[in-house]
Design a protein around this ligand. Sequence first.
Ligand code: SF4
Ligand code: SF4
Length: 355
Amino acid sequence: MNSQYKNLSELKRYFFDQETARRFISFLMKKAEVIAPHSKGEKSFAYQVTTDPDQVVLNYPRTIQPLKKFFLPPRETLLEYDLEKNAIKKPELEPKDRIFLGVHSYDMKSILLLDYSFKKGNPESNYLTRREKSVFIGVSYQSDEYHLAEDLGIDIHDVSGFSLFLDPVEKGFLVFEVDEVGANLLNEFDAGLPIDTPLEQDFSERKPKLKMHHKRLPQIFEHIYHSPVWKKVAERCVGCGTCNLLCATCYCFDVRDEVELNVKEGKRERYWDGCMLNPFAEVAGGENFRPTLDSRTRHRLYRKFKYLTEQTGELHCVGCGRCSKYCPAGISLIEIVNDLIDDYNKQQKQAVTLV
Ligand code: SF4
Ligand code: SF4
């Protein structure tokens, strides 16, 4: 997959004070539907359609739901059928101009990964139609104890996938022009002249949260299939599936036919599903090929760090931290991965001792 990381210092940049930023959001709202983070209660945030620029929150740790809900809705009708008329009707989807404002780099990365999943093989037209005319404007964020993105190689200032990128500074924002779409927006808004002084770089050190470099993670997943860590996690897990449903990159779904009482009409509906839920791996006859929580936990992590990585060369966890932050049992992805790294290191030491 192509990841076009562009260094911020190479990009044209502008300064918007708070009032200019507010006017810019109003300008964007006239051009397209603007979806941006809003407060939900005291400490929670959600992406939603903007009706008032003053309600947009650009300084937030993460939204509860990731962006995928706008491209793959939690529930959608794929078709309606009528047996008497021998007819099916598909809802007509048209590409719609949408601007996603205030997106963190890991959420942008999750969309680039979902693009891969929905384009390969038989392309998923509903996802691709919703994706087609979407424009993304990023914003930097302060990493908290749940974020893992930087450890997984996704920089807070990674502009891949964005058209513009905002960096909060004293009394406003630096606005970076990333691509032609962003340049046109700034031009039409009349953003003025770009700043012509060199960008000050931040070289401050960051303490890693993972005990191993992310590039080595797929390698350790070759060795920890039988690790006791899976059972240790399963002792606390209640199998609620929150970690799947809130995951930025999980995209599994189920398709069901809902038949009307007249048994002549019905709908085919698609729902989000998740591999941590018990019925996910149930097959005809009531058999379940992942009946235990440890086998389901293992599968979840192998999807993120091995199976899809073998196809794309990229980790399929973007380190958003939602699975850890919202797990009702307080299970932390960072702790699981570090425990697996410890187990792997222990195995390696034992192997050396035996030799
Ligand atoms: S959110 Fe936590 S408790 Fe629920 S399935 Fe995931 S790991 Fe288990
Ligand atoms: S596994 Fe957890 S941290 Fe990784 S992308 Fe999914 S929700 Fe985010």
